[in-house]
Design a protein around this ligand. Structure first.
Ligand code: MLT
Ligand code: ZN
Length: 440
C-alpha cells in the first residue's frame, strides 16, 4: 500500500490534464485475492475505490474523484497463456499492451486494438475504456476481442462471465457490458482475449492534401472503390505544423493535411488494393502519394502519428482533447465546422484521428494560465455540431469526468435512468469509481 505523499502522487493524476485528485492511499494489487480483499474491506467501511491501469486515460476515468483508495492493477502482469490453436490469450489486467502485442506476434498471431499508447497502456485499462485506435477501421475495437472476463465486484464477489469459445449466446452479454464501463461496475482480474492470425503482409501509404476536407473526401472514395484499409488516419495542418522537426518521419512542407493509409492481407492482392487507395486519394485531390519503402519507414510513419498527442501537450499549457465521432459521410462537413468554430471562438484547434471511423481528436489549444470562456464555448459548439451531424460525443476516450456534462445532450432520460439502475445492480452503494460518466 502506498501512503507516502511523494510515491502516491503519480496515482492522483492521469493524461486528461484535469489535475490532481487527492486520495488516502494506493493499493498495488498483485493477485485477484488482493483485489477481493480491498473491495471487501472498502465495502464494509464504505470507502470509495477507484480502479486504475497505467493512467494513460484522457478523460479522468481513473482519477479518485471522491478520494478513498486507488486500486492499481499495474503489478498483475502475467500473460497466463497464448493458445495458437484456439486463437485465445488469457492475461492479467496489468500487462502492457506493447508487451502483449510482441508476445502475440512472436507466436505468429495478431491482436489488433492499439489506442496509440501501446508502449505504456495496460490491457485492463483498454478493456475498461473499450479502447479503439487506428486499426479499428478494419478490425473493430477492444470489445470485439474480449471473449470473457473474471472480475471482482464491490464487496469482493468474483464474477466470471463470457467464454473461451468464438461463439456463445447463453444469457445476457454481461462481458460486453463490463467492457467500456470505465471501472464503475467491477475490477477485471483476468481477461480472455481473442486473437487473429497475423496478416502476411502490410503496406502503408501517406497521401498529402491541400486541406483536411479533401482528405476526408478521399476516405469515402476509397471505400466506394472497395478498399478495406486497416487504418485511415488524418492529420490536419495545425497538427502537422506542431509535429514538424519533432518526429522520425519528416512530414512534407506546406501540407494542409495528410492521410495515413495502411492495408494488410495477402501480398498478391495488396499491391492492387494499395493502388486503389492511391487512386482514391488522387481523385480527391491529393498533391502527392508516397508509399513506405521499408519496414523502418513504416514504423517511422506510425511513430510520427503516435507523437501527435504528446507533442501538442508538450507545446501548450492546456490541450483540451475532444474525441467526437460522426458518421463517416459527415466527416468533411464536421471538418468544415471545426474550422468555423475555431475562427468564431478565436481559439487554435488541431485535429487528427481515425478518419476511417469518422472519429476525430479535436484539440483546443490554450496557452493562457486560465482556460478562457471562449475555449469552453468552442467545445460546446463542437459537441452541438457533432450531434447535429448524428454523431456521438466520445469515440474512444470514454466519458470519465471530462465529458459528463455532455452525456445528457446525447442520451435521453429513459436511457440515462436504465444505466443508473444497471450501476446500482453492480454497486448499490456507489463506491466503485464514483462520480463518473453520469452527472449527478
Ligand atoms: C490517439 O489516437 O492518438 C489517442 O486516442 C490519443 C489522442 O487522442 O490523442
Ligand atoms: Zn485515438
Amino acid at each position: 500500500m502506498v501512503r507516502d505523499e511523494e510515491r502516491l502522487e503519480r496515482f492522483l493524476v492521469d493524461e486528461s490534464g484535469l489535475g490532481r485528485f487527492p486520495a488516502e492511499c494506493a493499493v498495488l494489487a498483485e493477485s485477484r485475492a488482493e483485489v477481493e480483499l480491498v473491495l471487501r474491506l472498502a465495502q464494509e467501511h464504505r470507502v470509495p475505490v477507484t480502479p486504475r491501469g497505467a493512467g494513460t486515460g484522457m478523460t479522468g476515468g481513473c482519477l479518485p474523484a471522491k478520494g478513498g483508495i486507488v486500486l492499481s492493477t499495474e503489478r498483475m502482469t502475467k500473460i497466463v497463456e497464448i493458445d495458437t490453436d484456439d486463437l485465445v490469450a488469457v492475461v492479467e489486467p496489468g500487462v502492457v499492451l506493447g508487451d502483449f502485442a510482441a508476445a502475440v506476434e512472436a507466436a505468429g498471431l495478431f491482436y489488433p486494438p492499439d489506442p496509440a499508447s501501446l508502449a505504456s497502456c495496460t490491457l485492463g485499462g483498454n478493456v475498461a475504456e473499450n479502447a479503439g485506435g487506428p486499426r479499428a477501421f478494419k478490425y473493430g475495437v477492444t470489445r470485439e476481442y474480449v471473449l470473457g472476463l473474471e472480475s471482482v465486484r464491490m464487496g469482493g464477489e468474483v464474477l466470471r462471465c463470457g467464454r473461451r469459445t468464438q461463439k456463445g449466446v447463453v444469457g445476457y452479454d454481461v462481458t460486453a457490458a463490463l467492457v467500456g464501463s470505465e471501472g464503475t461496475f467491477a475490477v477485471a482480474t483476468e481477461l480472455t482475449l481473442k486473437l487473429l492470425p497475423k496478416p502476411p503482409a502490410v503496406q502503408t501509404l501517406l497521401a498529402v492534401f491541400a486541406d483536411p476536407i479533401a482528405a476526408g473526401q478521399a476516405v469515402t472514395r476509397a471505400i466506394h472503390l472497395g478498399a478495406r484499409p486497416r487504418a485511415l488516419e488524418l492529420l490536419d495542418r495545425a497538427t502537422i505544423d506542431h509535429l514538424r522537426g519533432r518526429t522520425p518521419y519528416r512530414l512534407p512542407d506546406g501540407a494542409g493535411a495528410v492521410l495515413l493509409c495502411e492495408l494488410d492481407g495477402d501480398p498478391e492482392g495488396l499491391d492492387h488494393a494499395l493502388m486503389r487507395c492511391a487512386q482514391a486519394c488522387e481523385a480527391a485531390g491529393a498533391i502527392d502519394v508516397l508509399i513506405a519503402q521499408s519496414e523502418q519507414q513504416r514504423r517511422d510513419l506510425w511513430e510520427t502519428r503516435r507523437r501527435a498527442n504528446p507533442t501538442l501537450k508538450e507545446l501548450h499549457r492546456h490541450k483540451i482533447a475532444e474525441d467526437v465521432v460522426v458518421p463517416r459521410g459527415a466527416m468533411p462537413e464536421m471538418l468544415r465546422r471545426i474550422d468555423a468554430i475555431a475562427a468564431a471562438a478565436d481559439v487554435p484547434i488541431a485535429t487528427y484521428g481515425h478518419a476511417g471511423d469518422g472519429n476525430l481528436h479535436i484539440n483546443v489549444l490554450v496557452d493562457e494560465e486560465q482556460i478562457p470562456e471562449r475555449a469552453y464555448g468552442a467545445i460546446d459548439a463542437l459537441m452541438r455540431a457533432t450531434l447535429e451531424l448524428r454523431g456521438s460525443l466520445a469515440g474512444e476516450h470514454g466519458v470519465g469526468l471530462m465529458k459528463m456534462k455532455y452525456v445528457p445532450w446525447e442520451q435521453a432520460p429513459p436511457l440515462l435512468r436504465i444505466q443508473r439502475e444497471l450501476k446500482r445492480v453492480f454497486d448499490p452503494d456507489d463506491l466503485l469509481n464514483p462520480g463518473k460518466i453520469f452527472p449527478s
